[in-house]
Design a protein around this ligand. Structure first.
Ligand SMILES: [Zn+2]
Length: 493
């Protein structure tokens, strides 16, 4: 064999390695079986063939570098997250701030080392390709290209979820989502809910609080073995829903559906329409958003209609901020997003460091309970933060309501200190339906109803308000991280 032939063979093997290392790692980490690796290798053959026969060295290097970076990203997820890349990971990495994206990338330099073999193989492959002469396309090569096109079609159709091919589909879907958002966000310009409400004198404060990663199962108020919510439980006008589902498993999909009329079936409404801030503003409320560097502070379109957006450093400062704002304005609607129980469960102060050993204080311990104990400490701390916010709005001669739901947990708490008969009826009704299967679809309408806001009938769905006598349950759906697949959780009883 001539020297060029040897080099061509080495090049093929190196390209193969760059693309098959993720599948090999998955098998090594027992995330999949050997058949998965075989599939990955078989599917790589046409890719290797086509790449090798790209005439221009520069085109080869650019294309191969991009594919190598994608394959490297896949390695990060396989090692760090123990899963393949999902559509939502791509915009999350590209557009979200460091705190959010590092959650996906795990912020661990160890995982960077995992991509080293790929990088070495990839760079060597590019050097070898530059040493080889340019080849010419034959009919056989065109056949390989056709095979590759078929493979791409299979991947795009969702039939092949094999690394690194799955990334192609993820990128395409992420690009489509980005384009849809870019096209639809301007459509909300000038829309109005024609919101009205009975003119009530006096001070009124309403809070819609978006939680983070708070599981109903770990809350004392829902029957958890540990008293993780002592302060909320002590409030007698608190109702906790026992069968509440969020509508997505990821913050970036879930929060938009919580604060707008969007649902899993009509997700684009979150772009095309204003959210819950708008009807409150139309009714003369001061509308204030408070978020510790989470989705609501960097996805600007979600806070259209806010008078002020406060990007705070941590949950701890929120109760005092709410308190000072209620002293400054007579009628305020607060949209608050908490940091709460976000990974890796370090959001608690020393007073709430109750359960041990945990991830934060006892790193050297090998106990399996490290995660759960740290998590429960965050729940205990959240109990303190939420009850402090409730105390901040619950002032004498003031009407106030606190509505809470977690972005991907299972809880909805309500505090309804109301005086007249209609409000007593609503409070009684909400206690009666607290075991009904509900989800985040109800939040926008309930948030309007808690301040007696009536919006244009084309937007209003009375059966979607937990406070309405016309309340009805409907089939619940949960959007998965690919932004397409849907789960249908069953009612608990
Ligand atoms: Zn979240």
């Amino acid at each position: 064999m001539t020297k060029n032939k040897y080099l061509t063979w080495i090049l093929s093997i190196l390209i193969m390695l760059v693309f098959c290392i993720p599948a090999f790692t998955r098998v090594l980490l027992h995330q999949d079986n050997i058949l998965y690796l075989v599939w990955s290798i078989v599917l790589c053959v046409p890719l290797v063939y086509v790449l090798q026969h790209i005439r221009s060295k520069i085109v080869f290097c650019i294309l191969f570098f991009c594919l190598m970076m994608l394959s490297g990203t896949e390695m990060f997820f396989i090692v760090g997250q123990k899963c393949l890349v999902q559509t939502a990971h791509i915009p999350a990495i590209v557009t979200s701030p460091h705190a959010e994206s590092s959650h996906f990338l795990d912020n661990n330099m160890m995982y960077m080392a995992c991509t080293l073999p790929q990088l070495i193989c990839g760079i060597t492959a590019m050097v070898i390709r530059c040493m080889l002469p340019s080849s010419r396309c034959t009919s056989l090569r065109r056949c390989a290209a056709a095979w590759l096109a078929v493979l791409c079609a299979l991947v795009m159709g969702g039939w092949l979820q094999v690394a690194p091919y799955n990334i192609i589909k993820c990128c395409a879907l992420a690009a489509r989502q980005g384009y849809t958002k870019h096209r639809m966000v301007p459509m909300a310009q000038g829309m109005t809910f024609n919101a009205t409400r009975p003119d009530t004198g006096g001070r009124e404060y309403y809070v819609m609080c978006v939680g983070e990663s708070l599981r109903a199962a770990n809350m004392g108020i829902n029957g958890y073995g540990r008293p993780t919510t002592p302060l909320l439980q002590a409030m007698d006008n608190m109702v906790s829903f026992t069968d509440f589902y969020s509508t997505a498993t990821l913050t970036m999909y879930s929060v938009p559906m919580m604060i707008t009329r969007a649902t899993v079936d009509e997700y684009n409404l979150n772009y095309k329409e204003y959210g819950i801030l708008k009807p409150y503003r139309e009714c003369g409320f001061k509308t204030i958003v408070i978020s510790p560097g989470k989705l609501l502070t960097y996805e600007k379109y979600l806070t259209r209609g806010a008078d002020t957006v406060y990007n705070v450093r941590k949950d701890a400062v929120i109760p005092a901020l709410v308190d000072s704002l209620t002293q400054a304005y007579p009628k305020v609607f607060f949209l608050i997003q908490l940091y709460q129980s976000h990974c890796y469960f370090a959001n608690f102060t020393p007073e709430y460091d109750r359960y041990h050993p945990n991830l934060v204080s006892d790193k050297e311990s090998a106990s399996k309970d490290l995660l759960v104990n740290a998590y429960d400490n965050t729940v205990l701390y959240t109990d303190y933060i939420m009850s402090s916010i409730i105390h901040a709005i619950d002032k004498p001669d003031t009407r106030s309501t606190f509505l809470f739901a977690s972005d991907h947990g299972e809880v909805l708490d309500m505090d309804k200190p109301r005086r007249n008969q209609a409000h007593k009826d609503a409070a009684r009704r909400i206690r009666e339906i607290r075991h009904e299967p509900v989800n985040a679809d109800y939040l926008f309408y309930t948030a309007c109803d808690m301040a007696d806001i009536t919006i244009d009938s084309i937007y209003w769905k009375p059966e979607y308000s937990l406070l309405s006598p016309e309340f009805k349950t409907h089939e619940r759906k949960v959007m998965l991280p690919d932004g397409l697949s849907v789960l249908r959780p069953k009612a608990k009883r």
